[in-house]
Design a protein around this ligand. Sequence first.
Ligand SMILES: [Zn+2]
Length: 372
Amino acid sequence: MLVILTNINLMAKTANYLRQTSLNEHQLNLVFKYPIGNVKHFTIKGNGIVKHVYDIENTSLPSTQNIGQYKAKGVQAFRIAQYNKKVLRVVIEATRYMKGSFEIKGRKLTLLLPMAKGSIKKQVTYKKHVEQKVKKNSRKNTQKSYRYNSKRKYKTIILDAGHGGRDVGASSKHVREKDLTLSMTLKLKNILQKMGYKVLLTRTKDKFMNLKQRTDYVYNRKGSIFVSIHANAAPKKRTKGVRYEGMEVFYLSLKNSKRISKTRAVYRGRKVYSKSSYRKMVSSWKFSQSKALAHLVRKNVLSNVGREYKIYDKGIKRKDFWVLLATKMPSILVETGYLTNKDEVKKLKDSHYQTLLMEGIANGINRYYGLL
Ligand SMILES: [Zn+2]
């Protein structure tokens, strides 16, 4: 029962913003600087709860806004976040019947909670209905994401939290890539283990590893697939027309690779790939499987995150990253988002957002193996 606030400093001085919030047993009150315009309400059902979404147009969160924890009967969670530049989104996850009605009185928006007048009569029948639904859905849901399947124990997933130690990776004001990748990778490890997979990690703490140590770790272990987690940053010199936002999934390409140009790629004295075998390799099992894995991970992350947040799809890319080159198993690298994008970095720091991203990757892995 937590109110998560994402603060964005993108409003103009004249724009309307949230000044105050308060909660009582029956209602959540939001008070804005100026009278409120349009509010759209809709619901998303699933997992035995109904998410009531309120999009408040032309409003934003001020940078100094701070809301603690709110608890209310029949509410699993409150969430407030900037949905896009113009829309502030409030999400109330109801475990009991809630009409979703709201009132606008000038600067004040009142959202009626499950125990509000008029809904109490419906609670009894609704409770039964929800309980049945919860049972049904939790079965369905766990099947989809966390349900244990003993067949998965034959698959070993090697996870790589990008960077670490003195290698900070990308960074913005208050976040470093190495911390985000570790936090996300540990989440992914837990999810995959709950599902029944064997999981190995190149690092489990803030530790420096050079690329050779990293790829040696992978090279010397029998893994089924390799997933490297990263976060992105826009270059100092930005290219016009390029959007520095969103997720992209990489798998290996050697087409324009400098690493293969000298007839062979040597990795720690070992010939990793020779140019003569390049064509063979492109049509090889590792390539086609990496591609399949990349597509499934992309698709499942977009759908899992997209249920609650906007996520920009940068698509599938190919590159000759060392970590992708020096592995013998299907390998992908996920750039989860841009730390240099104000909106996105707030989301990336959010634990719930990270969970949604990692669940998406795990769902993609399940699809890849057909072990749903
Ligand atoms: Zn990185």
